[in-house]
Design a protein around this ligand. Structure first.
Ligand code: SF4
Length: 262
């Protein structure tokens, strides 16, 4: 019990710190919380919902779920849970499954197009609901995995921004869980008994899940490394807040006249 109380305190502290560090929430904000039915989004929603009651700023929340068109998806479970908690919500249907089927050749991993379509659907929902921000449940492990995936497979140093203003001026994306470790989310979600609802995409929920194969491999690698270097995740997330461009090789950051960084 004491452990769970400590975990809860840690979660609220980490999320509160991230919100303050990156000025994620301001007075008058109307925030769409993307609720997939997975553990991350439930934790995000619960914490924001409780912070709303005691925050010094006034903001509103609406939980949005998108049924992506896979047979057997239990959107009703999500809707029921939100109704019981008395949380304003909007259930949507966007047939992403059919679009992926039509657009992609067999064997192509559809995840990046799927993510773009889902983001587009959330952005349209934000517009419809007059929300100026979209809160997503990406956590600390997502941040460092993305950093390493970009280095390993895309030849760049980049992760995900805690706050992102899309160029088209649509709703700003915020990621309040950036300081929260996935293990803490798993323990907290179990304790709270959220209804975990799978999207029913065969790549994500089938017996042979292989949607994001590289990410899962990296996750296992980090787990192994953590046994030898217990602070590895903290160090990696810190590295994202402690960038020294003059010790990198990006010529766009370099002034050749003065041999210094721009
Ligand atoms: S596993 Fe399925 S639902 Fe998840 S991103 Fe990939 S295609 Fe989309």
């Amino acid at each position: 019990m004491a452990d769970i109380q400590q975990l809860e305190k840690r979660l609220y502290r980490s999320i509160g710190t991230a919100i303050a560090d990156y000025k994620m929430i301001q007075d008058g904000d109307s925030i769409l919380v993307a609720v997939s039915g997975g553990k991350d989004s439930w934790v995000l929603l619960e914490v924001l919902h409780n912070l709303q009651k005691r925050a010094p700023v006034d903001f509103s929340l609406v939980a949005v779920n998108i049924d992506q068109g896979y047979a057997g998806f239990r959107q009703d479970k999500i809707e029921d849970f939100l109704a019981k908690k008395d949380i304003k919500n909007e259930m949507q249907y966007v047939d992403i499954a059919s679009i992926l089927n039509e657009k992609l050749d067999e064997g192509v991993v559809p995840c990046s197009l799927c993510a773009r379509l889902r983001r587009g659907a959330l952005s349209s929902a934000a517009k419809k609901l007059n929300c100026n921000k979209i809160a997503l449940g990406h956590h600390l492990d997502d941040m460092i995995e993305t950093l390493l995936l970009n280095q390993f497979f895309s030849g760049k140093i980049a992760s995900m921004a805690p706050v992102l203003q899309p160029e088209d001026g649509s709703a700003k994306v915020i990621r309040p869980l950036v300081y929260v470790k996935e293990d803490d989310i798993i323990t907290f979600a179990k304790e709270k008994g959220y209804p975990i609802v799978c999207c029913q995409c065969p790549l994500a929920c089938g017996e042979n899940t292989h949607g994001d194969h590289k990410r899962r491999k990296l996750k296992m690698m980090l787990k192994d490394l953590e046994k030898e270097i217990p602070e590895i995740k903290n160090s990696l997330i810190s590295s994202l807040t402690n960038v020294n461009p003059s010790h990198l090789m990006d010529r766009n950051l370099w002034n050749f006249e003065t041999c210094s960084r721009l």
